[in-house]
Design a protein around this ligand. Structure first.
Ligand code: BT5
Length: 245
């Protein structure tokens, strides 16, 4: 079960970095949890602010003979956390494609999937989860971020929450994923929970700049987008952020 091996730190640079350095000697489904991170990061090495009170953890997967797309692993955690927040804590969120959970358009959770490659094959996957729980949001993030305590004025026990998330992820999502050996069994549920729909106008932001377009169709792994220049492009998760327009 995920988290049977749990490594805890009061303070660490980043739980993802720890697993990147130690993945070889640790078993699959090890969880690394820290009360505070000093060097937390998101996609494209963006800073992830991780003060005490939030839930910051990473999960190692080293599955043999299983699909190894880091984004699929991210997606299952996104759905599991949405499920736990709704069912156990009465907080409704929407999934912002591809890796965030939002409350009223503000980010409460960000998830980062990283693959460790030996040659061309993925030897391990690290899923890093940042969930704002009992931490107040600093002024510089107030417009774009929120936390459970900001929304509900209540605290959650972080250790219990961590266990609830991991057992929901495992029993409701990962077992089915591994058994079917494909993420497609969740595609319908994924698309229904997203904050985007066919026909939405979006801005696509990547390291190569910005593009504007209209969503033609949403697929399990990508969005089909009609760009301003008339071309159709498939947009994959990864180094891309979206804004609805
Ligand atoms: C993510 O990146 O959303 C993935 C974040 C993953 C963090 C976890 S914590 C445990 C593990 N260890 C790590 O070092 N990382 C993982 P991205 O989509 O790139 O979003 C990053 C952006 O979110 C930043 O540029 C800020 O605008 C914003 N941000 C930073 N800290 C935030 C916070 N605490 N809450 C909400 N938004 C934040």
């Amino acid at each position: 079960m995920i988290g049977d091996k749990l490594i805890y730190f009061d303070t660490i640079n980043s739980t993802n970095i720890f697993l990147k350095e130690h993945w070889k000697e640790l078993p699959s489904e090890t969880v690394v949890w820290a009360s505070k991170q000093t060097g937390g990061y998101g996609r494209m090495k963006r800073e992830w602010i991780s003060p005490r009170g939030g839930l910051w953890f990473s999960v190692l997967f080293k599955p043999k003979n299983r699909p190894m797309n880091p984004w699929h692993y991210v997606r299952l955690y996104t759905m599991a956390i949405k499920n736990v927040l709704s069912k156990k804590f009465k907080l409704e969120t929407v999934i912002k494609w591809p890796n965030d959970l939002l409350v009223d358009n503000k980010k409460i959770c960000g998830i980062l999937g990283e693959g460790i490659y030996t040659g061309k094959t993925v030897a391990a996957i690290i899923v890093g989860i940042g969930l704002n729980v009992n931490n107040k949001i600093p002024d510089e993030l107030k417009d774009i971020a929120t936390s459970y305590i900001e929304e509900k004025n209540k605290k959650i026990n972080l250790e219990k929450l961590l266990k609830q998330i991991n057992s929901t992820a495992y029993y409701k999502y990962y077992i089915k994923y591994f058994k079917n050996n494909t993420i497609s069994v969740f595609t319908k549920q994924w698309i229904n929970n997203l904050n985007i729909r066919n026909g939405d106008f979006i801005k696509i932001i990547s390291q190569n700049g910005e593009k504007h377009g209209k969503i033609v169709s949403i697929h399990g792994d990508y969005l089909e987008v009609l760009l301003e220049n008339g071309l159709i492009e498939n947009i994959y998760a990864g180094e891309v952020s979206l804004r609805k327009e």
